[in-house]
Design a binder for this molecule. Sequence first.
Ligand SMILES: [Zn+2]
Length: 311
Amino acid sequence: MPIDFSPCRCHYCGSTALGEFSAQERMFGKGDTFSYQECEECASIQINPIPVNLGDYYTGDEYYSFIPLVKSGSFSNLLKAIRLRGFLNLKIDGLAPKVYGYWLKKVFTNFDVSVADVGCGNGQLLYELNAGGFKDLIGFDPFLDKSIEVAEGLCLLKSELSESDQKFDLIMYHHAFEHLRDPEKELQVCFDKLNSKGKALIRIPVTDSEVWQKEREYWVQLDAPRHLTIPSVKGISGLSEKIGFKVDAVEFDSTEFQFWGTELYKRGQKLRSNGWDEFSQTEMEKWKKKALHFNREGKGDQICLYLSKPE
Ligand SMILES: [Zn+2]
């Protein structure tokens, strides 16, 4: 049997009251079926058992974390630096980077902070931050081919955060935490590797999502078997506090992807990066508005969890 670990407790709240359901691999259209557990106490979910051949589900040219890093020229980088200083130091919201301005603003203290990005993939986000003026950046990803220094002040390491002997002012997980085997152990490592008053940002899908509750195994962010656990807000907040973190804020940042990705799966299709072209402009506009509404109501399918380490 492909079992390398078999918890009888919820990874987030520790409850032993667990329901069961099954889910198929849909991103690549492989169709293999996996068993998951759903906590009756905190509503978090977890795969069990973890398939021993998990690595097989991260291969393929399509896997989005491993598309090559795109570098920009020195003039373009200068503009990025001016823009980011205007946004973060001078607080000119019109200069906010569209994709990451909203969370960066919340975790920013100054440009000298040391930053770790766990599950950094090709390192594109760290590259943008480096071009923008941050000079102490390390990405961790055990799936990298090898460790590399991408630029001055930016290294990508083929390793886990737990293997590092450094401490950081900010540790981030951008849709990486749900790929990890042991949430409690990882949160403890994160806590231990943070400097006093350091911050952690965890961007993760959550089961508070209406799409999960309504569409169940068709939910695009269930992503069996790659997502090993998906917490509820209650589950991950409670576990964070148990470890010693202060929960500063929970911000829903779901997008129209929750609707069109799920719709593709309901139609029996694989996930494609341009999968949205299946749908009309009107439909997409409707879903964008619906995502904003869901975020305000606390029922979008992903959050930014802002944590801090007390002094
Ligand atoms: Zn639970």
